[in-house]
Design a protein around this ligand. Sequence first.
Ligand code: NDP
Length: 315
Amino acid sequence: MHIVVTGGTGMVGRNIKDVVLEHKDENNYHFLSSSDIDLTNRDAVLKFFNDKNYDYIIHLAANVGGLYKNISQNIEMFSSNIKINENVLEACHLNGIKRGIFCLSSCIYPANPSKFPMDETMIHESPPHPSNEGYAYSKRMLEVQCRHYNTSYGYNYYCVIPVNLYGKYDYFNLKNGHFIPMIMHRFYLSRKYDVFTAYGSGKPLRQFLYAKDFATIILGILLEYKDLPAEPIICCNDEEFTIKEVVYKLLDIMDLSKEKLSWLTNYSDGCMKKTVSNKKLMYICPGLKYDFTDMDSGLKETYDWFKQNYNNIRK
Ligand code: NDP
């Protein structure tokens, strides 16, 4: 079995590689990066897929980033993700790839939903938060595309919907990164001055999933749950924290003082709450409930890895 993984050099792709290696999976995986193929280039994508014999796809590649990148690059994120997804799906269709995982995000959900927790039926219920409108609509279109390939051609394209992901191999950029890698890196650099800053009010609620747990879920859905209806699946555990709680956890893990922390409240909070439900995931894969990495362990593993690999991390 040949399985192509787009975005194979990103955080989730690298975690999938780790899980595959641990399980001595006998399938052949092909982990792609943007230097193998620029997925925004339609001609190049169709040519690239044409002479391969991939059976399944895990499509992770995306123009992705944290709140402040989303706010400043809405049009770029919309445009590149629409192109990437359209090209990848066309290549799959033309080359007989009928089963795959396609990655959405809980950030694409309505900013003002009719209820909490939100479930898989509510993706298109009303507009997303304006801070990430470009990214959100490009990912919402991916759900529409997959659904129509499934109904029109009988494919099994699963849209997985993770909450905020964090872990080894994350992108620790100080400006465009997601909340956890960005603030971990900032705290790390400011430890010698013993003064720490966090952005916003600290009040928004967020759910987090350790990237390795997500990698395990993806491989399970693709390879083990063969009879699963090809519908979207939210991927999260039962934990939810305020940003402030996560910042305090990080300060503890990094052995830094809370007294030296100040909040820059002129920075945007983004969406205050976007709680989603894992009911469907738990129903499909009940065993997973006991395997989730709790936030304290996940943060500690991430920080240990970050310190050990500081010179080689993506930043
Ligand atoms: P990363 O930013 O870590 O990695 C992105 C990957 O996409 C890299 O391998 C990158 O290649 C590749 N890529 C980007 N643009 C192109 C392109 N034009 N052509 C080919 N490859 C490209 O992403 P994550 O691993 O964090 O995210 C994986 C998926 O999960 C994404 O679809 C994302 O939207 C989704 N997601 C992520 C969340 C998170 O918190 N990180 C939360 C919810 C959903 P290269 O290394 O060569 O640049």
